[in-house]
Design a binder for this molecule. Sequence first.
Ligand code: GUN
Length: 320
Amino acid sequence: MLSWAAHSLRLGATGCQGSWRSIATIISGNKTSKMVRERLKKEVEKMASQFSGFRPSLVVLQAGDRDDSNLYISTKLRAAAEIGIEAKHIRLPNTTTQEEVLQSIMSVNENPSVHGLIVQLPLDSVNHIDTDLVTNAVSPQKDVDGLSCINAGKLSRGDLSSCFIPCTPSGCMELIRQTGVSVVGKHAVVIGRSKIVGAPMHDLLLWNHATVTTCHSKTPDLPEQVGRADILVVGAGRAEMVRGEWVKEGAVVIDCGINHVPDETKASGKRVVGDVHYASASQRAGYITPVPGGVGPMTVAMLMENTVQSAQRFLLKSRR
Ligand code: GUN
């Protein structure tokens, strides 16, 4: 069954032997994320009325002042406010030390009124800061980014109900669900093995019963691997690297890329493209996510989902 968030583009001729087939159906992250945020808003209202004004609370810790991070954080804070989540932004200067970041994390870890804590990445400091050390300092019970070894380990073992699933892969799964295409028994190909996208996406697809191949910079036969994918998730960080000709006809294509490329026709002189060459891939795929408006808004929605889930776990524990 095709949900309302995935809608058909148009029918067109392929040009090959005069056969007709549909051009990919767009999977809208804007619509799906709105649906998730509306559901969460109702859940938060219910919590507040049942538990005398109780609200989930999220802290976003930032070191430095990167423009892209500032933009992502403001989107997260706006989404939280709309849902009724209390969100606080802690800003540390770009001269901050690892010790200072760790101290801030510890103080949030110890604050029982905070249910979720994320450290915005990448860390932007003139002093070297070990990102793994920092992400592992976040209490696993508040790690709504799902980046600590505890949560990543649980996910890799298939313990999905007790961990926090990283927001981008979780959003990708929700978009795949929207297509109505079952993951069970399908061949899924993930491009990229980062801790935030590729590696957890592999685990999530695997424990949703797909057969998964994960490709990376040393994979010698990328077009061949892509051609085998019923479900393709790309988090490579390289503009339009996946060509439409590689894509299996009818595949579900999920593009996690956000890349800026020069475009003289735009006032800004640039435009955003994904890791998939959209124009050619949408001629072969069955379903495809656009960039922008695909995976990006889902990442924010799933962060809100994890924060509400953390608050619910907190309430359950404190009632015992
Ligand atoms: N930077 C870009 N995306 C993310 C994300 O999902 N979480 C964090 N913490 N930092 C990011």
